[in-house]
Design a protein around this ligand. Structure first.
Ligand SMILES: [Zn+2]
Length: 395
């Protein structure tokens, strides 16, 4: 049984997020973590949350708190020697492991090195900590090696894991960890964070966050700009305009639309399965319109002529966006206006939706889903886009 610690803190521990935590939009979980670390820091802590939603940041807050010599308010003080060493990335008693290489996984070697490192005496005289980022990328051998360390943890050592999908971790690892689960961050706080980090105004931050399905991480990593939000709004507007355009006239606009979609495919996501290879289902309702794989490829390598993989990725990006428009049209036409993905586009959607029978948009949505499936099964991107444009409803 996992020692699940997902309940909110009790009255003796007021729910307040430590002031110096970098985590935003997860106040209850942050306060809960602070309480846990102050009371009885676990040897192994697993923080699980959707990719880009803040699990990695909360894991770093946990590291900083455990290392801090004089914690304040349940979090790091930010001023002591340990805090300064952590901030500069030079604390000798902290080992950080993340996936590397073309396979984007964590193999057994760094985990063996971790075990050897934790067995040594602390250089700074305090705790020794291993942070494993994107721990669900550990291969089987790595997980087996980690399990040995978790079974017999040296004293004053901690292993902190951040993961998007704990189902990929062995049950024996999960059962030895205190677990904190995160959902998506509070949208208001996440938008404010984007405003600060990306230097965009509030409406732009809100739109970018929606494009990323509520996950600020990919946007910050890709240093997204207001241009991405404007291009996104423009593509959606053009797709809405398709209904008033003769089918064959739409074909001439597809090239520019694909190029725009490629421009907001922020970085690195240049194979069509970029979103979440796990289930291969990128047509689900919460598939983001903007996405980025954790850095593994050099963007400098991008050539003028798109590779087949880039063409496929751009077509997929455009079709996902297109699907979002179809979904919003279907929702508005059935009266579910409050469920549309981009409420700021409501007037434009309503102007088109009510001009055709509601069933039209449901069928259009299913057609786009079929096109996305065909693209996943290696269909020709350009031919599929042409077919989608021709079969889109006409007013
Ligand atoms: Zn400190």
């Amino acid at each position: 049984m996992a020692r699940a610690v997902s309940t909110p803190p009790d009255a003796a521990h007021p729910a307040r997020r430590p002031a110096r935590f970098a985590t935003r939009g997860h106040d209850a979980a942050a306060a809960h973590l602070a309480t846990l670390l102050a009371d009885a820091p676990p040897h192994a802590l697993l923080i699980v949350g959707p990719r880009g939603a803040g699990a990695g940041t909360l894991a770093r807050d946990a590291v900083a708190t455990l290392m801090c010599g004089e914690p304040v308010d349940g979090g790091p003080c930010g001023a002591c020697r340990a805090c300064r060493l952590i901030a500069s990335g030079s604390h000798t008693d902290l080992v950080v492991i993340s996936p590397t290489g073309a396979s984007d996984e964590i193999g057994i070697d760094p985990i063996r090195a971790l075990a050897a490192g934790l067995a040594l005496f602390s250089v700074e005289g305090g705790r020794r900590i291993a942070l494993i980022e994107r721990a669900d990328k550990m291969n089987e051998a790595a997980q087996n090696a980690l399990l040995k360390t978790l079974e017999e943890p040296p004293s004053r050592t901690h292993v902190i894991l951040a993961a998007a999908e704990d189902s990929r971790l062995m049950p024996t690892i999960r059962s030895r960890c205190a677990v904190i689960r995160l959902g998506l961050p509070d949208a208001k706080q996440a938008s404010e964070l984007l405003g600060e980090r990306l230097g965009v105004d509030a409406p732009t931050a809100v739109r970018l966050l929606r494009m990323s399905s509520g996950r600020p991480g990919p946007l910050i990593e890709a240093e997204a700009t207001g241009d991405a939000a404007r291009a996104h709004a423009q593509i959606r507007r053009q797709i809405l305009d398709f209904a008033a355009t003769q089918p064959h006239a739409r074909l001439g606009q597809l090239g520019a639309l694909v190029a725009d979609a490629r421009a907001i495919l922020v970085a690195g996501a240049d194979d069509g399965e970029a979103a979440d290879g796990a289930d291969g289902d990128d047509s689900s309702d919460d598939a983001p319109d903007i996405d980025v794989e954790p850095k593994k490829k050099s963007p400098a390598k991008r050539s003028a002529k798109p590779t087949p993989a880039e063409r496929r990725a751009a077509a997929t990006a455009l079709l996902r966006l297109w699907r979002g428009v179809a979904r919003d049209l279907a929702l508005v036409s059935t009266g579910a206006v409050d469920q549309i993905a981009f409420p700021e586009d409501r007037a434009e959607i309503e102007a088109v939706a009510h001009r055709l029978p509601p069933a039209t948009w449901g069928e259009a949505l299913r057609a786009i889903d079929k096109t996305l499936s065909a693209l996943r099964r290696n269909g020709n991107p350009e031919l599929l886009l042409d077919a989608a444009a021709l079969s889109w409803p006409t007013l």
